[in-house]
Design a protein around this ligand. Structure first.
Ligand code: AHM
Ligand code: MG
Length: 328
């Protein structure tokens, strides 16, 4: 028989001592919203949702119509869950907080509603990334900053959905990484890969090489090593420009994804809370590693909700080679 993501979360919950039915109810808000987004994406060319909406978001980027829809779907589906204390989105400058007591409003969800949005209009994979944090019991404040700005190692759960040829959901609660595929005939995410493991070494590296001239030297040297066969393999390159899709391939096939510092983005481009942290949690749970080049991603203490970080994630062998190169 099939196992749906809902059933799987309920089973996992029995293994997490403090988990209650609230947690699976909360995650069902995420799966519902992502199914709404996927339905919209499937008919995108036929309806009037492609293209730019004419607003710029807090990062100064043009918001696509689908970005707005995905953000609203998540805010709506999760805002109704009474265990949610705050929602933090890439698309909103400030967190959306709910006036819920510490006993009821236990969780904070941080998300990138539609990652890779520059790919929407060209029919290339996009995704949703989420991270669940536990509200600090001492955090009675209305802004919940202390609870929101916790380092990634405190995440209770993290996951993503890739809207590709099929729609795939991958999540972890710290007990392995599990993958589900949306069965459109029944409208449910069905378990397709339990306990996913990243290969110890892969055959692909993934980076926007157009930026190579402005990377710090060690990244040019590192990618040079991958190209020259110094790691005992002849690598090939793959770069989609949708982080979720590039990460998903790295999880399945191994290798390394990098977004190093550049001249225009000396602090990195990708966002710590809703891009790097959740993917780093999943990578580590699958046997891989994630670093900013200086620090383990999950150890970084965030200072702002839209903070950026250089992000390098992948198989053990490639990650170790990067860190050894830095240690020289
Ligand atoms: P977005 O969340 O606004 O879509 O931006 C993040 C995206 C990532 O999905 C992707 O890894 C990266 O930006 C690509 O950047 P670039 O076009 O500079 O290579
Ligand atoms: Mg993104």
């Amino acid at each position: 028989m099939i196992t749906t993501v809902q059933q799987h979360i309920l089973q996992q919950q029995q293994e997490i001592s403090e988990a209650t039915g609230r947690f699976s109810w909360l995650l069902s808000g995420i799966t519902l919203a992502t199914k709404m987004v996927e339905a919209k994406i499937r008919t995108a060319g036929l309806t009037d949702v492609l293209g730019v909406m004419g607003q710029t978001n807090v990062q100064g980027e043009q918001q696509q119509k689908l970005d707005v829809y995905a953000n609203q779907a998540l805010l709506h589906c999760l805002g109704l869950r009474d265990s949610v204390a705050a929602l933090v989105s890439e698309e909103d400058e400030e967190p959306v907080t709910f006036n819920r007591s510490v006993e009821t409003g236990k969780y904070i969800i941080v998300f990138d509603p539609l990652d890779g949005s520059s790919n929407i209009d060209v029919n290339v994979n996009v995704g949703t990334i989420f991270s669940v944090l536990r509200r600090l019991p001492s955090d009675h404040s209305s802004d919940l900053q202390a609870s929101i700005l916790q380092p990634g190692y405190t995440q209770v759960a993290a996951g993503y959905v890739v809207y590709g040829p099929s729609t795939v959901l991958v999540y972890t609660t710290g007990h392995g990484v599990h993958g589900f595929t949306l069965d459109p005939t029944i409208g449910a995410f069905v378990l397709t890969s339990e306990n996913m493991k990243m290969p110890e070494q892969g055959g692909y590296y993934s980076v926007n090489e157009a930026n190579a001239a402005t990377w710090p030297d060690e990244y040019r040297e590192y990618v040079g090593k991958l190209r020259s066969g110094a790691l005992g393999r002849q690598y090939s390159s793959r770069y989609i420009g949708s982080l979720v899709a590039d990460f998903h391939r790295t999880l399945l096939k191994g290798g390394v994804f990098l977004y190093p510092p550049t001249k225009d983005q000396p602090g990195g481009k990708l966002r710590l809370l809703y891009e790097a942290n959740p993917l780093a949690f999943i990578a580590e749970q699958a046997g891989g590693m994630a670093s900013s080049g200086q620090t383990r991603i999950l150890d970084i203490k965030p200072e702002g909700i839209h903070q950026r970080t250089p992000f390098i994630v992948g198989s053990k062998r490639e990650m170790q080679a990067l860190l050894d190169g830095r240690a020289k």
